[in-house]
Design a protein around this ligand. Structure first.
Ligand SMILES: NC(=O)c1ccc[n+]([C@@H]2O[C@H](COP(=O)([O-])OP(=O)(O)OC[C@H]3O[C@@H](n4cnc5c(N)ncnc54)[C@H](OP(=O)(O)O)[C@@H]3O)[C@@H](O)[C@H]2O)c1
Length: 296
């Protein structure tokens, strides 16, 4: 029977179940943009960032993506500050694998020792006893991928993690990881205008695990003409069309658009109920976007 929460904006996207036991709305929220410039330090407007988090949950968002490296620590701390005690059913997915040494500076570290230490910090900042979804942020070229995954598997056995996810990975990584521990989601850069990981989306769909596209609105890159025409014709923003395209691209798609602005949040969540017509979807699908590295 439908409940009042089924009518909330984020619920209009339908739901997806992670790891067989965590059902969330398919429109989530990315909490990277609630930090300062260069994903470093506190946001310029702390109250706006806290209000955005609270409004996201009010509007039905029950999947929030973050990482220990956002701030660093700031994103996880603000999530707890805004939302703890958490509403039932809120899934917070955090990540490990980057360390930060200044604005815009990201350094790999997915060594077993670092992961074991980092999870304690995430648990403390998020005020949790177990992290629902813990994602390897990026494979560390200086560390055996299997060793990173075995560490995550051990933390799952110890009950510190409910489920394991991956980010910025190839199909080969996913296949290797699956031999070590069940994988419930893959987070790679993907949007209408950036489809390098199309085959990973298809693999996630085949295995019924979530694909979480980061940079879901193409990070400000020019929307193409077809996209602009559809957005203008339907009197919505290209952000809404981009997100609606993602939701229709695959039933395992779980977009996490990021913002620290309530107006943008509300606009993004409106995409959950926005239906592209078959003709619009076909027109967008027929466009083969120029790879971003070939654009002027
Ligand atoms: N796994 C990874 O390596 C990785 C990498 C990057 C991001 N992520 C995750 O993915 C999430 C989303 O990625 P992203 O933040 O890079 O990209 P995004 O969501 O595509 O874009 C965010 C940018 O777009 C702006 N924006 C958001 N909604 C808008 C709207 N309706 N109209 C106009 N501008 C809008 C935001 O600024 P305002 O704040 O002004 O709205 C922000 O600058 C992040 O929050 C993070 O959780 C993961």
């Amino acid at each position: 029977m439908p409940t009042t929460t089924d009518r909330l904006p984020a619920a209009q996207s339908g739901s997806i179940t992670l790891g067989g036991d965590l059902t969330v709305n398919r429109m989530g929220f990315g909490a990277m943009r609630i930090t300062g410039q260069g994903i470093w330090g506190l946001p310029e407007d702390l109250n706006a960032a806290l209000a955005t988090l609270r409004r996201a949950v009010e509007l039905g968002v029950d999947f929030i993506d973050t990482a220990d490296s956002y701030g660093p620590n700031v994103s996880e701390e603000l999530i707890a500050q805004a939302l703890f005690p958490y509403p039932t059913g809120l899934v917070i997915a955090t990540k490990v694998g980057w360390t930060r040494h200044g604005p815009g500076v990201w350094q790999h570290n997915a060594s077993p020792a670092h992961i074991q230490e980092a999870i304690e910090g995430s648990l403390k900042r998020l005020r949790l006893e177990r992290i629902d979804v813990y994602q390897l942020h990026v494979p560390d070229p200086a560390v055996s991928f299997d060793a990173s995954m075995e560490t995550l598997a051990r933390l799952k056995e110890q009950g510190k993690i409910r489920h394991v996810g991956l980010s910025n990975v190839t199909l080969e990584h996913i296949q290797r990881a699956r031999k070590i521990v069940p994988i419930v989601c893959v987070q790679n850069r993907y949007s209408f205008s950036d489809r390098e990981w199309d085959f990973v989306v298809d693999d996630c769909e085949a295995h019924k695990i979530a694909f979480i596209p980061w940079g879901p609105m193409a990070q400000g890159r020019e929307a193409n003409e077809v996209m602009r025409r559809i957005a203008a014709g339907r009197q919505v923003s290209t952000a809404v069309v981009s997100l609606a395209w993602l939701l229709r691209r695959s039933p395992v798609m779980l977009p996490i658009p990021g913002t620290s602005n309530v107006k943008h949040l509300e606009e993004n969540l409106s995409a959950a109920a926005f239906q592209l017509s078959d003709a619009e979807f076909a027109a967008l699908a027929a466009v083969v976007p120029k790879p971003y590295w070939l654009r002027a």
